[in-house]
Write a new protein. Structure first.
Length: 269
């Protein structure tokens, strides 16, 4: 692959950007933390995604993770020492990044090798097409952390796999292996790990060879159908729960099972 441009951000947490043959390629590079995204990385990801539009030759954006991970999502350890208000702000900022990618006027392809978890799954769902390797694993185990599934996050899952399957994934915290993720429609294509990058490039070139007018029209039309629902930010569920979230984060950092004390309902006498 001939690379014409590369931009790196920070030494230990990078968003790598490449351009080649009409394709813009973003790689999440933080292998020591399963490619989990820090707040700074979310910010850089949004800026670089927008920068893809500066080159009119970029017809398609490919997003992938470095090595055998897509991304574990947000770096939960960052939430251990901040207030609930700051945590909520961080999740809102993360959603803005994901939404920016979702609404880019060029086709986007998510390349999933290994786990795509939590916000990492949401990032994958924001892509127009998802190609997974046979080692892909997809899940949103927010119930282990006291993270509440905000309406915008839920919408992406419901639109793709339906309300029952969405609740199943959150209720159980189970992780879908590649074949099941493909079967329920979370992956559009499933290929062997050794063929993943080559397949993604070939798919990107195929998509990029189509009529720009057709691509833009279908992307806008589909997005308008998705966005025709009422404003999901009004009366929306927050991203974090005041009781369960601190306990979930502490349990994650301390590597122990969470002990949630909150009750789903109380019986009135």
């Amino acid at each position: 692959m001939k690379v014409t441009t590369t931009r790196l951000e920070a030494e230990d947490a990078k968003i790598v950007y490449q351009e080649t043959a009409g394709l813009a390629i973003i790689t999440i590079h933080r292998p020591q933390a399963k490619n989990a995204l820090t707040a700074n990385m979310w910010d850089q990801l949004r800026k670089i995604a927008l920068q893809t539009l500066e080159n009119p030759k970029n017809n398609v954006l490919i997003i992938r993770g470095y090595g055998e991970q897509f991304t574990a999502g947000s770096d939960i350890k960052e939430f251990h020492s901040i207030s609930l208000e700051k945590a909520e702000e961080a999740f809102i900022h993360m959603e803005k990044t994901i939404s920016t990618i979702e609404h880019l006027p060029i086709p986007t392809i998510g390349v999933i090798n290994g786990p795509a978890m939590g916000a990492g799954l949401e990032l994958a769902l924001a892509c127009d097409i998802r190609i997974g390797s046979d080692k892909a694993k997809l899940g949103i185990p927010v119930g282990k952390l006291g993270i509440t599934l905000n309406n915008k996050f839920a919408q992406r899952l419901v639109n793709l796999i339906g309300p029952s399957m969405t609740k199943d994934l959150v209720y159980t915290g189970r992780i879908l292996k590649a074949d099941e993720a493909y079967r329920v429609g979370m992956l559009n294509y499933l290929v062997a790990e050794k063929d993943l990058d080559r397949y993604a490039i070939r798919m990107g070139k195929l998509v990029g060879s189509m009529s720009p007018a057709s691509l833009l029209a279908v992307k806008r039309s589909v997005q308008e159908c998705v966005d025709s629902a009422p404003d999901l930010w009004k009366g929306s569920t927050p991203f974090v729960d005041a009781t369960d979230f601190p306990e979930g984060v502490s349990a994650f950092v301390e590597k122990r099972p969470a002990k949630f004390a909150r009750q789903l309902h109380k019986t009135e006498e």
